[in-house]
Design a protein around this ligand. Structure first.
Ligand SMILES: [Zn+2]
Length: 472
């Protein structure tokens, strides 16, 4: 039977050797000599840590985004750069092969529509996703591919005064996918390896539309080894309950709140009660004050449980934090947005909300369970960059964002180390008999903590299997 012996690692400041066998940390001691089945890994004093969990990510969208054109900052800052990026990408493919753009923001070229997109690229069908994930903008050729039935478009398809589609489609991803020509399911292996190199051993996919089909697709990706990480899936109420794979589990019902179209409290309470009856929590997408108020009110009235969560909690003023303290819910935040979007926040977010953006220390002080996810592909997928952002709380241009909310490197690391099923509630222990989901760093923690970066990851194990090793 195969086993690993990790020698001279640093665990909680002490030199230690660890043997991984049968998916677990079988032995841990200050000195262990190799056994015949051991593959020996010399850690040279590097810190051995619980593997990272990204508690909020969108794997299929990330796989698709990595084969898409970047249409927003920092890669693309203005209309000319966008036109150039689209033209360049179009040059390398046939017109039957629609172009997909991601990460658009109005700072590039204002409110895009069909016509303005046609002016930049008329030769190929192209659709561009807004950075929020809530809007697609299609050029005329891409609209034609949808073969929109006259007069029966769903409500998210924006129409002009003459009833013609403007090319802007809001929150209709499921419908769009069904209308689009059968595209092959994205290959998850590149995403699996990317996350392995970051030391990520488990992820929670927070996509609200996850249903039976996605479940099957993820189960196959796990079986083939394309996706080596342990996986918890949020999704809709039709998501299946179990598989024969112990590392694929069903998570919360994901509910998107949109402050322009908030649901009735009764309807929300029904969603919560149904989920709880099904043994599931509810995860509310809340990026504004009013969305958070609606979520907390519905949770409080329906009877909140520890498995309920607030995703993002982007704006949490003191009165709402006091309210959250009284509920047993967890918050899953994205400190990477402070760096990636901070400059736009300083321009766009109301001044009264700015001190309460993506709080970290405030939640910890209030003892609200706090975990983090990158929200990739809407954020960058590197959890180390997110941790450093939680420590620095600076925008890409260097502007400070509520520095009193900053975390220590240890607190930032812990955001990514709680169990998938209990975000923000403690770190998975490093002890004999525990699952071997581990990340080994190249240096001791005392050095790594100075600059949290993914280049510092030496090797990653999931359930005792080595899924990544920096051989350089
Ligand atoms: Zn998300």
């Amino acid at each position: 039977m195969k086993s690993f012996l990790i020698r001279n690692a640093e665990i909680r400041g002490q030199r230690a050797c660890v043997r991984l066998r049968d998916g677990r940390m079988a032995r841990m001691s200050s000195d262990l000599s190799p056994e015949p089945t051991d593959q020996v890994i010399e850690a040279n004093g590097g810190a051995l840590l619980p593997g990272l969990r990204d508690h909020h990510i969108h794997l299929l969208a990330l796989a698709a985004a990595r084969s898409s054109v970047r249409c927003g900052p920092p890669e693309v800052e203005n209309r000319a750069a966008l036109e150039q990026a689209l033209q360049q990408a179009a040059a390398s493919r046939t017109p039957e092969n629609p172009l997909r753009g991601v990460g658009y923001h109005e700072s590039v070229a204002g409110n895009l529509d069909r016509q303005s997109l046609d002016a930049m690229l008329g030769s190929h069908p192209v659709r561009i996703q807004h950075r929020s994930g809530a809007l697609w903008i299609l050029n005329s050729l891409a609209l034609a591919l949808l073969e929109l039935p006259n007069g029966s478009a769903p409500p998210g398809v924006e129409l002009d005064e003459s009833g013609q589609p403007t090319g802007r489609i809001f929150r209709e991803d499921v419908w769009l996918r069904a209308r689009s020509n059968k595209q092959p399911a994205p290959d998850l292996s590149e995403v699996g390896s990317l996350l392995a190199a970051y030391g990520v051993t488990g992820v929670c996919d927070a996509t609200p539309s996850n249903s039976e089909d996605e479940w099957g697709l993820f189960a196959r990706a796990r079986r083939s080894g394309a996706l080596p990480q342990k996986l918890r899936l949020m999704g809709n109420e039709r998501l299946p309950a179990a598989t024969d794979d112990p590392h694929l589990e069903r998570g919360a019902v994901k509910f998107m709140l949109d402050e322009n179209d908030l649901p009735e409290a009764d309807a929300l309470m029904e969603v919560i009660r149904n989920a709880h009856q099904d043994g599931r929590g509810v995860a509310f997408h809340c990026v504004t004050r009013s969305e958070l108020v609606v979520a907390l009110d519905a949770l409080e009235r329906a009877g909140p449980l520890a498995m309920d969560r607030i995703e993002h909690a982007s704006v949490t003023p003191p009165d709402l934090l006091d309210w959250m303290k009284r509920l047993p819910i967890a918050v899953v935040t994205q400190p990477n947005f402070l760096f990636e979007r901070g400059d736009a926040y300083l321009q766009e977010v109301e001044e009264r909300d700015q001190p309460w953006l993506y709080r970290c220390a405030g939640f910890l002080e209030a003892q609200v369970p706090l975990a983090a996810g990158t929200d990739a592909p809407f954020g960058e997928p590197d959890p180390w960059a997110a941790m450093q952002a939680a420590v620095d709380r600076r925008s890409a241009l260097g502007h400070a964002l509520s520095p009193e909310e900053a975390l220590s490197p240890e607190q930032a690391l812990a955001l990514f180390q709680s169990p998938l099923e209990e975000p923000g509630r403690g770190t998975s222990p490093l002890a004999e008999g525990e699952p071997a989901d581990l990340v080994l760093l190249k240096s001791p923690w005392s050095k790594a903590r100075d600059r949290l970066e993914s280049e510092g990851v030496a090797a990653t194990w999931v359930a005792g299997e080595k899924i990544w090793h920096d051989e350089a």
